[in-house]
Design a protein around this ligand. Structure first.
Ligand code: PLP
Length: 455
């Protein structure tokens, strides 16, 4: 155990007990303040959560008004207006053909629901054998055991392997370090064809679904697949009667400059998993958008529902937050603004490409990833023991900039990346400040470590 904390933190089970956390005091716009009065730019929107900024009066008012009416009807007894209105709104953001929404309290729960709906969909059609869900390495679909079984981040999985189900993982569409050592476009999108090869090996009669993040966020630092990738995936899923589950928890509701990131590819999934940005962090909220073709099977089956529910499913207070966030996004054209500001961010950030430790800059809209390398020519990752991404986020935090860091992008263990995903309300002047602080952090790390010979 690390040193015992003073004050009320003594009774918390913290995420990292070696780390000293400041205590947050308040938030406004893109800024958070701690109890010591220090200001931070929320440069990663927490973890790609905050879309409409902190302290948003319209969201707070909507939640206050809902709280004064009712906060908790049990889902087994009532529907709520908040839940119904939000479902309509979510469908208006979703690709055509998506028609139903199942609400839960976050991304992991949403993945669990999608797994169960996929299973039940095939059962109702008499296809009992279609059980397995194929996913990709370098992915993250949540911390609960079903979602973690699908996730392809070896470090997050390793301690819990005995509890995880046997789910096949295929190579990700990661051009910077192509798993097949090919180059685009001569590769003919081998990574997408890998899905077909895997399906044939296992037998389509055993496979329920394929799950993927449209842009790989959390675990790979905003990896964007080539234009052909999702149309090929969609076609393969259709040909083998396999559902395409799309995880938009990190990318949904405007983050990439389109309503959903999959809109960049013009492809429609069978289920779309969401969380984070829909409530901008004002309340725990997530869910699954379901294609009409799936609901149709449920609707015309002898069973009358999907019974494995959650107590907080469709909670009116959470839904009122979601509704106010989506209204705010629409009213202020934040998705169009995100595309515009994303282009600005990319242009400003392009100077970082000259920094010796920046191997790759990628992403879309206000989602930018930096892959950090010890040598740009050989794309050599830093040794994991150096904890480069974590050290850099600590330096940035000391300068008043919050970033998100990740590791394992090269081989599951080594490979550091940083993610920038500020609130969509950020101004171009604030983006300038963010990039200046990021550059100063890279310079500080480099200045301290460039003489070391351990890498
Ligand atoms: N799916 C993706 C793509 C995510 O990035 C995350 C969280 O980072 C999750 C699912 C899990 O969401 P939650 O942490 O809300 O359970």
């Amino acid at each position: 155990m690390g040193t015992k904390k003073t004050g009320s933190a003594n009774h918390l089970f913290p995420r990292d007990w070696r780390k000293s956390y400041p205590v947050v005091d308040r938030g406004e716009g893109i800024y958070l303040w701690d109890k010591d009065g220090r200001r931070y730019i929320d440069g990663a929107g927490g973890a790609a959560v905050v879309t409409v900024g902190h302290g948003n009066r319209e969201v707070i008012e909507a939640m206050r008004s809902q709280a004064e009416r009712v906060c908790f009807p049990y889902v087994g007894n009532f529907l709520s207006e908040a839940q119904m209105e939000l479902a309509d709104k979510v469908i208006s953001f979703a690709p055509p053909g998506m028609s139903r929404v199942y609400f839960v309290s976050g991304g992991s729960e949403a993945t669990e629901v999608a797994i169960k709906i996929a299973r039940q969909y095939h059962l109702l059609r008499g296809k009992e054998g279609k059980v397995k869900i194929i996913s990709r390495w370098l992915s993250y679909h949540g911390a609960t055991l079903g979602a973690l079984s699908l996730s392809g981040h070896s470090q997050r999985r390793k301690d819990y392997l005995p509890y995880l189900t046997d789910s096949p993982h295929i190579a990700p569409p990661y051009c910077y370090r192509c798993p097949f050592e090919l180059s685009y476009p001569a590769c003919h999108i081998r990574c997408a064809e890998e899905l077909e090869r895997t399906i044939k090996m296992i037998g389509a009669e055993n496979i329920a679904a394929f799950i993927a993040e449209p842009i790989i966020g959390n675990t790979a630092g905003a990896v964007v697949p080539p234009a052909e990738y999702y149309p090929i995936i969609r076609d393969i899923c259709d040909r083998f009667d396999i559902l395409f589950l799309l995880d938009e928890v990190f990318t949904g509701f405007g983050r990439t400059g389109r309503s959903f990131a999959i809109d960049h590819w013009g492809v429609c999934p069978d289920m779309l998993i969401f969380g984070k940005g829909i409530s901008s962090g004002y309340a725990p909220l997530g869910g699954v958008v379901i294609h009409e073709k799936i609901f149709d099977v449920f609707y015309h089956s002898p069973s009358s529902g999907f019974f494995l529910g959650y107590t907080y499913s469709g909670n009116p207070l959470a839904c009122s937050a979601g509704m106010a966030v989506l209204n705010y996004i629409e009213k202020n054209h934040l998705i169009e603004e995100c595309a515009r500001k994303g282009a600005y961010l990319r242009e400003k950030a392009s100077r970082l490409k000259n920094h010796p430790m920046v191997g790759d800059l990628r992403g879309k809209g206000l989602l930018l990833g930096l892959e950090l390398v010890s040598s740009r020519e050989g794309k050599k990752p830093f040794p994991r023991e150096m904890r480069v991404a974590e050290t850099l986020t600590a330096i940035a935090m000391s300068k008043g900039l919050l970033l998100m860091s990740g590791s394992g992008v090269s081989d599951g263990v080594a490979g550091d990346h940083l993610i920038i995903a500020p609130p969509l309300t950020i101004t171009t002047e604030e983006l300038d400040l963010l990039i200046d602080l990021l550059e100063a952090s890279l310079k500080e790390w480099w200045g301290k470590h460039q003489q070391e010979d351990s890498w």
